[in-house]
Design a protein around this ligand. Structure first.
Ligand code: HEM
Length: 253
């Protein structure tokens, strides 16, 4: 289910970015103020209010209890996500790529940033968590294998001593292409070689886990960012709607 959602939403986000880039080849200064431009603008803005409704439902306990009797929070989040991409697609079409006033440019930029931040938070964050979980499981397996190999080597201290010359950083680099002599296990790979390979793989995995955890920490405050910029977006949207009404609905002229 989440996989299907990820594929559809990724496609829509790519479409949104392509529509935005359309300003490089197309500009229609009067479209936004036309009847169809207006229909697209109003429909998109209404869809963009759904994420706001989601936030209110999520954070007002009485409302949340009432609404979740009919639809789960998971369903509401899916609505949030789909309307959060479809709305911006419609408003981008509404612009007719007329990016002239500072308000119009800021509104478009904020819309894109809000959508992309939601997308990153929703899919990349969970991807990081899943990768970290998988790598930790792999590390546990390797640790078990390493412990078994270490026990095997402990029973043959003379063989374990063979590893000592290869324990320094540069010695390890120099030894990498060669096999280190050791105890041959029933599986055929010498225990000393296995110990070195396992410790190398464990070090690589630990490094990968640390890197992913660092990325995850960087993105940890994404929700705060997503909320703050969506409020900036709603502020700009309100100003834009007010300006549209104040300066006249041209298609009624
Ligand atoms: C017009 C576009 C959007 C606006 C204005 C918007 C606004 C918001 C707001 C205000 C919240 C805070 C809800 C809360 O925790 O109180 C939120 C949460 C969230 N948004 Fe968006 N959003 C938009 C688009 C998107 C998109 C396109 C995605 C994903 C592809 C997305 C994913 C999320 C997720 C995963 C949360 C956290 C939900 C939770 O933990 O309950 N948003 N958004």
């Amino acid at each position: 289910m989440k996989e299907r959602e990820r594929i559809i939403v990724s496609g829509l986000v790519v479409l949104l970015l392509l529509f935005w880039l359309g300003f490089l080849v197309h500009r229609s200064p009067r479209f936004a103020g036309s009847l169809w431009g207006g229909v697209l603008g109003v429909s998109g803005a209404l869809l963009m209010l759904v994420p706001l409704a989601y936030m209110i439902v999520k954070r007002v306990p009485l409302l949340r209890r009432t609404v979740t009797r009919r639809a789960s929070m998971r369903t509401l989040l899916a609505w949030h996500i789909y309307t959060g991409v479809l709305g911006p697609i419609l408003v981008l079409l509404h612009t007719g790529h007329k990016f002239q006033s500072p308000l119009g440019i800021a509104l478009t930029a904020m819309t894109l940033i809000v959508v992309v931040s939601g997308f990153v938070g929703r899919y990349l964050m969970s991807q990081f968590s899943q990768t970290i979980r998988e790598k930790k499981e792999m590390l546990t397996q390797l640790e078990l294998a390493y412990r078994a190999t270490a026990t095997e080597l402990a029973e043959h201290p003379d063989q374990a001593a063979m590893l000592r010359p290869w324990s320094g950083f540069f010695a390890r680099l120099a030894a990498a292409p060669f096999a280190i002599p050791g105890v041959t296990s029933p599986g055929g790979i010498p225990a000393a070689v296995r110990a070195v390979r396992l410790s190398d793989s464990m070090a690589d995995l630990e490094y990968a886990i640390k890197t992913h955890e660092t990325f995850k920490r960087w993105f940890a405050s994404w929700l705060k960012f997503h909320i703050v910029i969506s409020f900036v977006l709603y502020g700009l949207l309100a100003l834009h709607v007010w300006a549209g009404i104040y300066f006249g609905l041209r298609w009624f002229e």
